[in-house]
Design a protein. Structure first.
Length: 267
């Protein structure tokens, strides 16, 4: 029987191991459930902060919204990253598939699951905050045109995918800190791009609220630009990934925790 290959948070393309050291694979259905739950809570927390901020006189503020997005991504990466890869984003899934780091045949199911999770979370928020607190939690250009929005979304998604490729798919990186790096990147992007575009970086993040609220203005920008930005970011990192150093050298510092453990045991 063939062993299924999964993408772990630390970037290793290998099967998971149980406590006995036997290689085991994660069933595809479990991956989809992890993506569904992860995307749901990502959108519920992130878009929830947007709705609460609009409904209660900007009590959370833009920096607060950015912190919520960054923290929820960090928590979810560490919670289910070892199960599904913690994509929660069709742009990330497509970028991984384009660089052959994710099975192409699983892409449609992942994307449908992510959009479903986003739509369910947006619907939940709509039910909770109805009446006078019924605020649109999606993404719209604010004072800029579609071309400007397209460029900004492309750049910030490129940046996000470049970081993901570095910390989550390269064994030389500090894999245990991947969640913090990705969450911090989300936080930074929302801080400076949020007021202008909503800092989507994620087609599912924009499409879910749009479906629930029937607000499709400029939606094509938020569907196409993040995908192009993520694919470009993944391929750009692939260009600089390769090195002439021998494997024994590049794996010495590939893990901060392992390196610290070795230093402690040798002292």
């Amino acid at each position: 029987m063939a062993t299924e290959v999964v993408l772990n948070v630390n970037g290793d393309h290998k099967a998971n191991e149980d406590s006995s050291g036997i290689h085991v694979s994660v069933p595809f259905l479990q991956k989809l459930v992890a993506e569904l739950v992860g995307t749901y809570f990502l959108i519920f927390a992130g878009c929830g902060s947007v709705v609460v901020n609009k409904s209660y006189n900007n009590i959370i503020t833009m920096p607060g919204i950015a912190i919520v997005w960054g923290l929820v991504v960090t928590v979810l990466v560490y919670s289910v990253g070892h199960i599904s890869g913690a994509h929660f984003n069709p742009a990330v899934t497509l970028a991984f598939a384009s660089t052959r780091r994710f099975p192409l045949k699983q892409v449609p199911a992942y994307i449908l699951t992510q959009v479903l999770g986003s739509t369910l979370a947006s619907g939940t928020l709509r039910l909770i905050f109805n009446g006078t607190h019924d605020e649109f939690s999606g993404t719209l250009p604010n004072g800029i045109n579609n071309l400007q929005t397209f460029v900004i979304e492309f750049i910030i998604t490129f940046y996000l995918m470049f970081v993901i490729s570095g910390v989550a798919t390269d064994n030389r990186a500090i894999g245990e800190l991947a969640g913090l790096a990705v969450g911090s990147t989300i936080l930074l992007n929302v801080m400076f791009a949020g007021p202008a575009t909503g800092a989507s970086m994620n087609p599912a993040r924009s499409l879910g609220p749009a479906i629930v609220s029937h607000e499709y203005k400029s939606i094509w920008v938020y569907l196409i630009s993040p995908v192009l930005g993520a694919v470009a970011g993944a391929w750009t990192y692939n260009i600089i990934r390769y090195t002439d150093k021998p494997l024994r050298e590049i794996t010495k510092s590939g893990s901060f925790l392992k390196a610290s453990s070795r230093a402690t045991s040798s002292s």
